[in-house]
Design a protein around this ligand. Structure first.
Ligand code: GSH
Length: 258
């Protein structure tokens, strides 16, 4: 099994933790002060991954935040990677499966939220009271709850019939792409003004819908421009180098174009 250990900013984080762990002098007014969450220690993060799959979101976020992680997958062998995932997560062998301080977790959106809440320090999330926050939250969930769900359903229906790309009336997956494209007509990013975790969540289903020929990227120019911006980030490129060094491996077959 290929194991990649990304150390990123581990040393910086460790030294920062060391600085904050020194005993603080007692504060007489501490009882009256609002309680802030204690800075989280550098966690151990083990990401069970398969190339080109949703586990890339967790790798990308760790790269953005400079969090150290251990990446487990079999390079060039997606079936083998999934066999390893099932060995550690027999009840739900999906990518990502992540061990966070030894606790087994799945659902990429929840894993991203946990890492941001505990280790993000406010990065990649708009402030809760900012105008961008409601849309940020919507797109965080839309990525799996609407776009991925609808695009995958379109794909499966087509595969179960003639394996041809949808033509004629707009499908649910295409509607979900159009709604995203409309939002991006007036916003740079899905989190509003700045790149955020919502963008990390949205890349997978957008890439899936367009690569599988569920939707034609040319019909969604704002999404196309956004994807170029997102994928040009240095952390995305570091993710690719660590998690997809040979490109996509064993992707599902695309639907045939008319
Ligand atoms: N909603 C989950 C979906 C996880 C998921 O279905 N991952 C795919 C790979 S992209 C998978 O493991 N498929 C294999 C299977 O369902 O058996 C998440 O966002 O983490």
């Amino acid at each position: 099994m290929k194991t990649v250990l990304a150390i990123g900013l581990a040393l910086a984080l460790v030294s920062a933790a060391a600085c904050t762990s020194a005993p603080a002098p007692a504060q007489p007014s501490a009882a009256a002060a609002p309680r802030a969450a204690a800075p989280a220690q550098t966690p151990t993060i083990v990401i069970y991954h398969a190339e080109g799959r949703r586990s890339e979101r967790v790798v990308w976020l760790c790269e953005e935040l400079g969090l150290p992680y251990e990446l487990k997958y079999r390079r060039g062998d997606v079936a083998g990677s999934f066999a390893d995932i099932r060995a550690v997560n027999p009840g739900m062998g999906v990518a990502p499966t992540v061990f966070y301080n030894g606790e087994r977790l799945m659902e990429s959106g929840a894993i991203l939220q946990l890492l941001l809440d505990r280790h993000g320090g406010g990065r990649l999330v708009p402030a809760v009271d900012s105008p961008d926050y409601p849309a940020y939250l919507m797109w965080m969930h839309y990525s799996e709850g609407t776009l991925a769900a609808d695009a995958v359903a379109d794909y499966r229906v087509a595969r179960a019939t003639d394996s041809k790309a949808p033509r004629g009336d707009e499908t649910a997956g295409q509607r979900a792409m159009r709604f995203a494209n409309d939002f991006l007509a007036s916003h740079q990013w899905f989190g509003g003004a700045d790149f955020s975790a919502a963008d990390i969540m949205m890349v997978f289903p957008v890439a899936y819908a367009t690569r599988m020929n569920v939707a034609d990227m040319e019909a969604y120019p704002n999404v196309k421009a956004w994807l170029d911006r997102a994928e040009s980030r240095p952390a995305f490129k570091r993710m690719l180098a660590a998690a997809r060094p040979d490109g996509r491996v064993a992707p599902p077959p695309a639907l045939t174009l008319p």
